[in-house]
Design a protein around this ligand. Structure first.
Ligand code: C2E
Ligand code: CA
Ligand code: CA
Ligand code: CA
Length: 279
């Protein structure tokens, strides 16, 4: 055991050093990812369960690195947040998402909504409300077609200021959704204090909806809680027909997940939307 322990310590420090080197490289390259045009957005359809129609999409960020390939957000967003680069990246995301939705609206998908994930770091910036207002003004969609998704986290230090900004966004008619509800720091007190329009049931409660009685109970409780607070409820991570059927029976408003569609590039999203309106 001792011997092994020694080896593990060695391997551990080697791993740490490799990780450190990769992070240093990613950080350096991340600073130029926006100007180099290496970022892209995928869009995942949101299905309204009552109308059985795609009512909106969520924008999901990817980094297409020239040598490392496609890097998922979980790998570079925390880094971008630590280094403050998330602010510029976030502006790019807002801009791209709003222009794309405007283009789709002009192609006939007139009432399609777009949801953009916003980092707490962005929300804590003093100018986030004018930044969003400017983006909307420049790109053209009516503000009610933009929704921001927020995940509260341990680092939300300026809660009062954030709440004020969320009210200002609501005054603009931008909607606010609370993401990953039921996990981490998404405490019930936020439901009372944040001006929200919807809440998203985290996929960890959806995955075993068909087999775990507890998950079914929790999902139903979150849906009813949301409705009683006047919010729309969206379930994410729906991968099976069974999950869709349970959520329909539980009167969930919207679902998102691989069962409907994986996140798509803009062209493919357009194809997806066209197919859906054909029949
Ligand atoms: P999220 O906002 O909770 O997004 C949902 C994640 O679940 C996405 O991962 C999506 O691709 C994935 N997903 C969708 N359907 C299914 C399904 O049926 N099954 C499973 N297992 N997963 C599904 P993705 O795209 O890797 O994004 C990860 C996280 O990165 C997001 O979690 C979000 O917190 C963050 N993120 C993505 N784009 C942005 C962005 O533009 N800005 C910021 N600040 N964060 C972003
Ligand atoms: Ca989200
Ligand atoms: Ca989520
Ligand atoms: Ca998440």
């Amino acid at each position: 055991v001792k011997q092994e322990g020694k080896n593990n310590v060695f391997e551990y420090s080697l791993k740490k050093r490799e990780e450190h080197a990769r992070n240093a490289l990613l950080e350096r390259h991340l600073r130029t990812a926006v100007p180099n045009g290496e970022l892209l957005l995928l869009y995942q359809p949101k299905l309204d369960l009552r109308a059985f129609e795609t009512v909106g999409v969520e924008a999901l960020l990817r980094w297409n690195h020239p040598t490392l390939g496609m890097i998922p957000p979980d790998e570079f967003i925390p880094l971008a947040e630590r280094k403050g680069i998330i602010v510029d990246i976030g502006k790019w995301v807002l801009h791209r998402a709003c222009s794309d939705i405007k283009a789709l609206q002009q192609k006939g998908f007139a009432s399609l909504h777009v949801a953009v994930n916003l980092s707490v770091i962005q929300l804590e910036k003093d100018d986030i409300v004018p930044v969003i207002a400017d983006v909307l003004h420049l790109t053209g969609p009516a503000p009610r077609y933009l929704e921001i998704e927020i995940t509260e986290s341990a680092v939300m230090s300026k809660v009062e200021a954030v709440i004020e900004k969320l009210h200002a966004l609501r005054d603009l008619k931008v909607s606010v959704a609370i993401d990953d509800f039921g996990t981490g720091y998404s405490s019930l007190s936020y439901l009372k204090r944040f001006p929200l329009s919807s809440l998203k049931v985290d996929k960890c409660f959806v995955h075993e909806l068909g087999t775990q009685k507890a998950d079914k109970t929790i999902a139903k409780a979150i849906i009813d809680l949301g409705h009683n607070l006047g919010l729309r409820v969206v379930a994410e991570g729906v991968e099976t027909k069974e999950q869709l059927e349970i959520l329909t029976a539980q009167e969930c408003d919207e679902i998102q997940g691989y069962y409907i569609s994986k996140p798509l590039e803009l062209d493919n999203l357009e194809q997806f939307l066209l197919q859906k309106t054909d029949n």
